[in-house]
Design a protein around this ligand. Structure first.
Ligand code: HT7
Ligand code: ZN
Length: 846
């Protein structure tokens, strides 16, 4: 298929003044009647409407039938000669079959509930329409069904037995359309906006799930208040509805006034959800709510501008979470995610700019680069223009562009106009792919300290040469006694090589570079011996303090892998000091104890020119864990006991941090006692975090069979918890046994592979078990490829996303490469492969 190009953008030559839709719902024969009020904006243009898999029943223009217009695979076209020069009405009736829609795009059924997913191009599977984000229109929707609850966007207008009407007064693109019909119950509350409008809030779930919505509701109320306080943005409809469904391709969707969520991002109770689940629920509830202004009121002109709404909304949800929880811990978690997902993407065959300029299938561009790097770019802008500049720019953005379908050029212009800065060079962060590497050298002479930075961005597909970018480098300097002699200062690097001098210092300082991870770059610094350990002990910037420990651990692990070195004493001593320091936040201490992930080590080794050996990385990581456990042996039992909480469950960040540190200690103790303490902890666990954490320790120790059986028995019927039962076994399988464990699980009667959550809980976890997935036999690669081939026929979107498990295949040795290439080729060769998966596998293989 031919790619769509940014350069080819042309406005739609009509405006849609009003959309009226009627749905007569039926599992196999839903009828959709549409009445579009259209007006030409350019003379003599044909009208092209998108439409896929629609059975056209009738079509008329200003009441006159158009019997000769036949749709093709992409939609229908009405020639200019048949169109009036002024406003006209086009009416169409189509038939669709939600029950057989397994792709979960358009109108489909999940557990007996009718629901929709229209972003990015799903509305064209519902009716004929200009399905592009720059066509915005007010919608009126009538739903006819005997389902008890009938919902759509906007405000409820009228209803009666078997029908309901909804009116959305805010013009919106079709991708924000939503409809839900089902046997649902609401967990309800309300929010009074700052201008005094009491707004009912409902979270709709299947009967029986309503007592697991309180946390999501609380997160929603806090999000609404936060957006008013921090961004001055108020909610703008009479009601806000959220619906949870079990079958969903991604996390959640921000449809105007009617967000639809994957149930795993709504439902939580102490006994069924982990602390990670709670945190994700809070973040995604906020994220989708924040889209009401950044995405819905101001949307994207075209899908190339996706980061305009996604990068900004991720940035806003990150700000929200750091206000709700510990800011440094949140920043560290975000940095970990960025490196694990986005750096990995940026260093491989799928690298693309934050604003791409070509795509084959837009669903393949909901990536870590668009989301996470898109958010980092905004963080850099804010760092460069300061808090006041950022606020002025955002106020101008909302003022100037409310109701628009905007571009990255519009976004940068508000910053230029509000702050007077020229952002031409900064724009490269949007147009150029790749992660810059920042090399640094220092020099000390006669009281003057000089730092010299050199930036270089490796080539990425289609972009061999990269000019220098603007890099904000937050720097602090510490005296040898640990005192800060230069508080955090932002250096602005704009050249390929640039030096910064600091005069009048009485001793050579220790630099703390890139504080708060001030730019998404790889810092290449050969630190002098002792520097990282010094920063781990003394840095006043918590993110860089953690980073020092992390850098040291990676250095030590790399030497253990490549030279067979022993675990270094300065790392163990530094970590011990942090762990014993009760003044430090337990969540921060838990993060310091977390070993670099095996995939992260493989990425680091590969970037430094070493072919990573997954078995050696796995073994070294275990040896380092054991050495740390031995070092901390005297304190572990005491810490585990003192961090226990026997009171009621508290999902807040402080209590979650204590659980995280306790489980980190339990993981280490398991390396010494073979799982004795974990067996007791599992038996006593009073919440899902502790239960699953202890079970993971047991599986790592080669135990846990009885506990697994009991776990399954207890949670049978709870889909979200059974997902965890599948996942924990795959994540903690010994590398040699991974393919066998995963294969056995796919034969389990509960393995409902058409449900994306269940599929991911086995196949996603398979790819996350680094040494197991990259087993030299190639069994992991083949198993995943075979299942992706099977899934592609029913759900291309989820298949394509999961094929990214292979994006690192060229890092490894030639035998592994041959195995992975064979697996990828078997997917690519599949007759009838979807455009989604075809594009991804093609790019990965290139
Ligand atoms: N804007 C949404 C992105 C999205 C999506 C969500 C669910 C299923 C399919 C989807 N395709 C695109 C979610 C968000 O970023 O907020
Ligand atoms: Zn989003």
């Amino acid at each position: 298929p031919e790619p769509t190009l940014l350069a080819d953008y042309a406005p739609f030559p009509f405006t849609v003044e009003q959309v009226a839709l009627t749905f007569r719902l039926h599992p196999q024969h839903t009828r959709v009647l549409s009445r579009l009020s259209l007006k030409p904006t350019t003379e003599g243009q044909p009208l092209h409407l998108h439409g896929e898999n629609l059975t056209l029943i009738s079509l008329s223009l200003n009441g006159a039938p158009l019997p000769d217009i036949a749709p093709d695979a992409e939609g229908l076209t009405i020639p200019a000669a048949l169109l009036p020069a002024t406003a006209f009405t086009l009416e169409a009736e189509v038939e669709i079959a939600p029950e057989t829609n397994t792709a979960l795009e358009g109108l489909y059924m999940s557990g007996g509930i009718y629901c929709t997913q229209c972003e990015a191009e799903g509305f064209r599977k519902i009716t004929f329409y200009p399905d592009r984000p720059d066509v915005m229109a007010p919608f009126r929707v009538r739903i006819e069904s005997d389902m008890p609850v009938l919902l759509s966007n906007g405000n409820p207008a009228a209803s009666g037995p078997g029908w309901a009407e909804w009116v959305d007064p805010w013009p919106k693109p079709a991708y924000l359309f939503a409809l839900v019909a089902g046997d649902l119950v609401a967990h309800s509350a309300s929010f009074t906006t700052r201008s005094g409008r009491a707004t009912p809030l409902n979270i709709w779930v299947r009967p029986g799930d309503e007592d697991r919505c309180a946390f999501a509701m609380d997160a929603l109320q806090r999000s609404m208040a936060w957006d008013e306080q921090v961004y001055g943005r108020e909610y703008d409809l009479e009601v806000f509805n959220i619906v949870a469904v079990d079958d969903f391709n991604m996390g959640a969707m921000e449809n105007k006034g009617l967000n639809i969520f994957n149930s795993k991002l709504v439902l939580a109770s102490a006994d069924t959800a982990t602390d990670t689940d709670y945190e994700r629920i809070e973040r995604v509830i906020a994220h989708e709510y924040f889209h009401n202004w950044t995405g819905n009121r101001i949307t994207c002109r075209d899908w190339f501008q996706l980061c305009l709404k996604e990068g900004l909304t991720v940035f806003r949800d990150q700000q929200f979470m750091s206000d709700m929880r510990s800011a440094p811990v949140k920043r560290i978690e975000d940095v970990l995610t960025l490196r694990a997902r986005q750096f990995r993407e940026d260093m491989g065959p799928l690298a693309h700019p934050v604003r791409p300029d070509a795509y084959v299938e837009i669903n393949n561009f909901y990536t870590a680069t668009i989301y996470e790097k898109g958010a980092e770019v905004i963080g850099m802008l804010k760092r460069l223009v300061g808090d006041a500049g950022y606020k002025a720019a955002l106020d101008l953005y909302f003022d100037r562009h409310d109701g628009d379908a905007a571009t990255i050029e519009d976004w940068l212009k508000v910053f230029e106009d509000a702050t007077g800065r020229d952002l031409a060079q900064f724009k490269r962060w949007y147009t150029d792919a790749g992660t810059p590497r920042l090399a640094v050298e220092d020099d000390w002479q006669d009281g003057t300290y000089t730092l010299t930075f050199r930036q270089e961005t490796p080539p990425t597909p289609g972009q061999p040469d990269k000019p220098p970018r603007v890099i904000p480098i937050a720097l602090g300097l510490l005296a040898p006694n640990g005192d800060e002699v230069l508080p955090t200062t932002v250096l602005e690097m704009t050249e390929g090589q640039q030096s910064f001098r600091f005069e009048g210092l009485s001793a050579r300082p220790v630099p703390s570079i890139l504080r708060g991870f001030s730019a998404p770059v790889v810092l290449d610094r050969t630190a002098p011996p002792g520097e990282r350990a010094f920063l781990l002990a003394h840095d006043t910037d918590p993110v860089n303090r953690w980073e020092a420990g992390r850098g040291l651990a990676k250095e030590v692990l790399a030497r253990m892998v490549t030279e067979g070195a022993e675990p270094a004493a300065d790392l163990l001593a530094g970590l011990e000091a942090v762990v014993r320091d009760e003044c430090l936040d337990p969540a921060f201490r838990a993060l310091c104890l977390r070993m670099p992930a095996e995939d992260d080590m493989a990425q680091t080794l590969h970037a430094s020119g070493v072919v990573p050996d997954p078995d050696a990385i796995h073994a070294a990581r275990k040896r380092l864990q054991l050495a740390l456990a031995q070092r901390l042996a005297p304190v572990l039992p005491g810490m585990i006991a003192s961090l226990a909480n026997n009171g009621p469950f508290d999902p807040g960040a402080a209590a979650a941090g204590q659980r995280a540190l306790r489980l980190a200690c339990l993981g280490l103790l398991t390396r010494l006692d073979g799982g004795e303490a974990a067996t007791r902890a599992h038996a006593q666990a009073g919440n899902m975090t502790d239960s699953l954490g202890a079970l993971s320790c047991l599986l790592d120790a080669g135990r846990g069979a009885a506990e697994l059986t009991a776990f399954h028995q207890r949670w049978q019927g709870n889909r979200l918890v059974i997902d965890k039962w599948f996942m924990v076994q795959v994540l903690h399988a010994a590398p040699d046994r991974l393919a066998e464990v995963a294969t056995t699980l796919t034969r389990h009667p509960d393995f409902d592979w058409k449900n994306p959550n269940r599929f991911r809980s086995v196949m996603g976890a398979l790819a996350e078990n680094h040494a197991g997935f990259h087993h030299p036999s190639g069994a992991g690669y083949r198993l995943l490829a075979d299942w992706l081939i099977k899934l592609d026929a029913v759900n291309p979107q989820t298949t394509a996303r999961m094929s990214t498990a292979f994006e690192t295949w060229t890092r490894y040795d030639t035998d592994r490469q041959a195995q992975a290439q064979g697996a990828l080729q078997s997917i690519a060769a599949r007759p009838g492969l979807s455009r989604d998966t075809g594009e991804m596998v093609g790019r990965i293989l290139k």
